[in-house]
Ligand binder design. Structure first.
Ligand code: XLS
Ligand code: NI
Ligand code: NI
Length: 431
């Protein structure tokens, strides 16, 4: 045991408690035939909770953590503390980038050895703390070598370095029985077209993703490969802008049946969409995989990675998740960081506990909305005209025949209310 979280007790579901406890998240509560823990599949993100120093654009580190530093001993201490936190929270999953868990070496080989040593340190802990790997991923954006991108870099050496890193991270994810492997295109984009060959860069990215899929089959990894869309930041223009853009990209490279999506609330907002839009679109395309449940500040227009705290928003998101059939390999990852003034170990626990409660409340509201059925019935009713055989026939007809029909049958559309406010009032009964 480390003493980082001393005096903090494991969280329990105890609505009447005054201290830190779950007031809404009861992992054993059965909703729609399944335990909440199995529905929500919460994951802690190693990077924000244990590797992020608390800096912003104007100032550096605010957090002082006993494991900050570049040695293997400190990397092991970081892992010890991380697993203690997973235990306190009772989260079933965690996620990492290679760079979060190991110190960078002076060569690729040294970084690889450091990484593999920590990967070998994990299984006993995962077993003892009952924590599984939701996904692994490669950090192909922090080090200066990636400043002009990873797969899309003008320098083939960076492409090679990135491919070797993804191989390593996929091997490790496979070894730890990870349920997904995620690729977020960190700096796969550009600042100015004046120095950028956009066509070439997209080809490189497409081939890179194909290689990851080929390697999945080569090693027999049974998890899902997920791409995480994001429209900008760090690059001005990112190639994986949103779900629709990534869908076109996957089609272009023949990967639409191989790759699904990890959709982040904050990225949806940056793209000018709602989270539920991105989820519904991915689901309708058969590409829904997993979610990063961290929100942005709506005024700052930046990926602020805050813990979720808005129940109605979360409810609408889980409504789409439930309609998509719920998670299979995916889950709810908190890709969220503390505010930089939240220095205490207690803040780390409270942030996750609160987020889990917000998700539980939102999820239960979503399930109740779905079971109530009013919204679905209203929507079905709105499209009921399409149930008639003559309506369906329109879709296999042609413009000429339809034009004749409109006059012959005296077709004369009568506008009907879309009943938006009434739908919103229905939602309000549940949130
Ligand atoms: C950054 C992304 C990142 C991915 C994993 O904005 O959300 O954290 O989830 O690389
Ligand atoms: Ni993000
Ligand atoms: Ni993310």
């Amino acid at each position: 045991m480390t003493n980082f979280f001393q005096n903090i007790e494991p969280l329990r579901f105890d609505p009447g408690r005054t201290g830190t406890a779950f007031r809404h998240y009861n992992p054993d509560e059965v909703v729609m035939g399944k335990r909440m823990e199995e529905h929500l599949r919460f994951a802690v993100a190693y990077w924000h909770s244990f590797a992020w120093p608390g800096g912003d654009l104007f100032g550096g580190q605010t957090f002082e953590r006993p494991w900050f530093g570049d040695t293997m001993e400190l990397a092991r201490l970081k892992a010890d503390v991380a697993f203690e936190m997973f235990d306190l929270l009772g989260v079933p999953y965690f996620c990492w980038h290679d760079a979060d868990i190991r110190p960078e070496g002076t060569t690729f080989a040294e970084s690889r050895r450091n990484f593999e040593e920590i990967i070998d340190y994990f299984p006993a802990k995962m077993e003892r703390h009952k924590t599984k790997l939701l996904w692994g991923t490669a950090n192909l954006f922090s080090h200066r070598r990636f400043m002009s991108g990873a797969a899309t870099n003008p320098d083939p050496d960076v492409f090679a370095w990135s491919a070797a890193t993804v191989k390593l991270c996929m091997d490790a994810t496979h070894k730890l029985d990870g349920e997904n492997y995620v690729l977020w295109g960190g700096r796969e984009g550009y600042e100015t077209l004046l120095n950028t060959d956009l066509k070439r860069e997209r080809q490189q990215a497409g081939r890179f993703l194909q290689m990851a899929v080929e390697y999945k089959y080569k090693i027999g990894f049974r998890g899902a490969i997920l791409v995480e869309p994001k429209p900008q930041e760090p690059s001005k223009h990112q190639y994986d802008f949103d779900v629709a853009t990534v869908y076109g990209f996957l089609r272009e490279f023949g990967l639409e049946d191989e790759v699904q999506m990890n959709i982040e609330q904050g990225h949806a907002i940056l793209a000018g969409h709602s989270f539920e839009h991105e989820l519904a679109l991915a689901s309708s395309l058969g590409l829904f995989g997993s979610i990063d449940m961290n929100r942005n500040d709506y005024q700052s227009g930046w990926d602020t990675d805050q813990f979720p705290n808005n129940v109605p928003e979360v409810a609408l998101a889980y409504y789409e998740v439930l309609k998509a059939g719920g998670f299979t390999t995916g889950g709810t990852n908190f890709d969220a960081k503390l505010r930089r003034q939240s220095l205490d170990p207690e803040d780390l626990i409270a942030a996750h506990a609160g987020a889990m409660d917000v998700c539980a409340r939102g999820f239960k509201a979503a399930a109740a909305m779905l079971q109530d059925g009013t919204l679905e019935a209203m929507r079905d009713e709105r499209y009921a005209g399409w149930n008639a055989a003559s309506s369906k026939a329109l879709l296999s007809s042609d413009l000429e025949a339809i034009a004749a029909l409109v006059e012959a049958d005296g077709i004369d559309p009568r506008p009907r209310s879309g009943r938006q406010e009434i739908s919103e009032n229905v939602v309000n009964r549940f949130v």
